[in-house]
Design a protein around this ligand. Sequence first.
Ligand code: C2O
Ligand code: CU
Ligand code: CU
Length: 492
Amino acid sequence: MSRRSALLLGGLGAAATAAGSAGLWWSAASRSSSRPAPVTGAELSQPSELRSAGGRLEVRLDAAAGRIQLAGQQARAMGYNGGSPGPTLRLRPGDVLSVRLANNLDQPTNLHVHGLHVSPEGSGDNVFVVVNAGAVHDYEYRLPADHPPGVYWYHPHHHGMVADQIFAGLFGAIIVEDPEPVPVSTERVLVISDTTLDGGGNVVRVSQMERMLGREGELLLVNGQSNPEFTAMPGQRERWRIINACVARYLPLRLDGQQLQLLGIDSGRYRTPSPVEELLLAPGNRADLLVATAAGESVLRAAYYDRGSMAGMMGQRGPRQAIQPGAAGAALATLRVAGSTAPSPTPPPPLPAGRDPDDLRTAAVAARRQVALSSGAGMGMGGGMMGFTIDGREFSPARTDTVVAAGSVEEWTLTNASPMDHPFHLHVWPMQVIEEGGRAPDRPEWRDVINVPAQGRVKVRVAFRDFSGRSVYHCHILDHEDLGMMGAIEVR
Ligand code: C2O
Ligand code: CU
Ligand code: CU
């Protein structure tokens, strides 16, 4: 057991006692015996697609609980328009996206367009809006003409219920198309999520302990399927839009036997794609990936990741869902490449000049701040409970924690004194990484979710341009967000 998991387990023991919990381990063990086995090996499906035309996309999203196909079973889960993932929304820079969200759940919800650079005010990307059960809300998002292309996603953001609603299946992909198309033979959307179903196909309720750890589901799904399969011919170039929609699970991804090139992470694109072998997606991160196909069978795998919390706990939850250190990792999807070699598409064009966001490494910095992420035993009152805070405070929708001058560039040092990793997310305004792991990246790196490792720190710069208004930043382990690890920001 690593030192940091030992540290955390010490804290959790205290928390479990304080909560009077009979123990996560018992409930997990008794549940798992009656679970139906996931159906693997089905043909990979794609969520339906809705594409803008003439600068507009108008969609209706019905959020409802009901029968949803998950892991090849009829589950009782939640979805948009009857499916999980919901439809993929394909937009262009400069578009207006109108969403009529109909809440057919028996609980409040709302909608967030994660990563989009749009206004957080009014009926824009406003997470303070509450859409009650039975109500309808009209959102309108106006993308600037120079909006970065890339992979984004939508999900509920009603504080206190975010993790439960995403775990139950409420999420979908958003693609902002490139200014000039990238020639590829096939494009696929791969939304990776996790959840746990009981013997009756219901999404399980998780314990307070699992919330504190950040829940990890027993089922790892791609587009709602368990290890689906798909085929290609050798010599092709595919483009995979990968989203980590897991509530808390980090995904170190590999696809051995194929050549991978990273076109971008979160928002925007690199000038030229760069070769990668392993790709770490924290919860909320996305990857825009090119796959040059070579004959053979390759499995997209999620390897073990020690986020400082799970090593000791995972072993108690049964081998089926556990990804063990040193093991091959969980199979997410299987690619079979066979047949005659296909003509390879021409290489992707470099991003047209002027489409790069300004490099903030040389920008004038108007203010420097520290943002302290905290969790763990002793952080809350009484010293025994786990507290989940940013700058020592739990989220309150009425309080504004950070005020920023519109148009300015700030440098934020994100610190994490706790024994577990926390992925930090800022809405609306993307962050440029200035220092990570004690090093400055050698090219511009943009993120809207950046992992702040246990006992670690990360430095970012943010240009608070184009939009003013009130929004949030938070831990994207969404259980932690629901527990209070979120702050409100106002740009004015
Ligand atoms: Cu993906 Cu504030 O969220
Ligand atoms: Cu977001
Ligand atoms: Cu966290």
